[in-house]
Design a protein around this ligand. Structure first.
Ligand code: BJW
Length: 229
């Protein structure tokens, strides 16, 4: 077995101390999604959006990868090129946990993007609306994050991987946000074994043949150990 595609969401970083989005006390309970995660919100109040992502960058820097991140890195190393992690997360805990083959489909806190010319560059730790784009020199710096209404990154590559996958796993994601929520359906239609690892059933649980419920720091190392036999 050598083609494993793993979709991760906020739940895999929850036990590292990073908040999820849709929990009762989650990020969307504290901030209106329209204000901080849409291009319209950014145009209306760029300072608020910069503050929100500066806070997220600081929280991410203060968090450490957990056993679930490290188990996926082990799987990737031992299956030697057969594993791709497609993460919706904008933190860098997969990288710091030792994984290498990672697609950040919703962007990354580590990146800045020019809203005027689309130039991308490594983000400063703290950003402001006055920051100039190093390419076009206009003050249109925004976080390189995929907001609602925007096209997630590397979709052609991801759909190619889903079509070829032998195993598709979704870890710690609620299945509320498309296109990621449709990946299990796509992979299963193409013949993959689909497995959900989550604290509770997601919105798309019926697209999975196998389910494992519990905290990611327990279920993911167990699942990886079984796969590696
Ligand atoms: C644990 C755990 C533990 C907790 N162990 N588990 C109507 C129908 C269909 C689609 C649409 C529609 N209207 C609009 C759309 C499109 C829209 C969309 O999906 N809207 C929905 C709300 C309906 N999507 C878009 O706009 C996307 N773009 C797009 O569609 O482009 C067009 C296109 C067409 C065709 C093909 C391709 C593209 C863009 C979406 C961008 C999402 N951006 C965000 C914010 C930016 C990132 C950031 O600031 O960090 O990304 S939204 C937010 O949700 C974030 C996340 O990546 C994303 C997913 O959240 P996630 O990770 O699932 O977190 P939670 O909190 O929801 O769930 C946590 C889970 O963990 C739970 O299940 C817990 O149980 C679990 N858990 N602790 C294991 N210890």
């Amino acid at each position: 077995m050598s083609r494993v595609v793993i979709l991760t969401g906020a739940g895999i970083s929850a036990e590292s101390g990073l908040g999820t989005f849709r929990a009762e006390n989650g990020l969307w309970a504290q901030h209106r999604v329209e204000d901080v995660a849409t291009p319209e919100g950014f145009r209306a109040d760029p300072a608020l959006v910069h503050r929100f992502y500066n806070m997220r960058r600081a929280e991410s820097a203060g968090a450490d990868p957990n056993e679930a991140h490290r188990a996926l890195a082990r799987l990737e190393a031992e299956l030697d090129g057969g594993v791709t992690i497609v993460t919706q997360n904008v933190d860098d805990l997969h990288e710091r946990g030792g994984a290498q083959n990672i697609i950040h489909m919703h962007g990354a806190l580590a990146g800045s993007l020019c809203a005027a010319c689309d130039h991308r560059w490594p983000s400063a730790f703290e950003t402001t609306p006055a920051d100039l784009c190093p390419h076009c020199a206009t003050p249109n710096t925004r976080p390189d994050i995929v907001w609602f209404g925007e096209m997630p990154y590397q979709m052609d590559r991801i759909f190619g991987l889903l079509q070829d996958a032998e195993i598709f796993a979704a870890i710690g994601t609620s299945g509320n946000v498309y296109p990621a929520a449709g990946f299990a359906h796509e992979a299963r239609r193409s013949g993959a074994h689909t497995v959900e690892l989550n604290l509770e059933p997601s919105m798309v649980v019926n697209d999975f043949v196998e389910t494992r419920f519990g905290p990611a720091t327990r279920t993911v190392p167990e699942w990886v150990a079984e796969l590696l036999g």
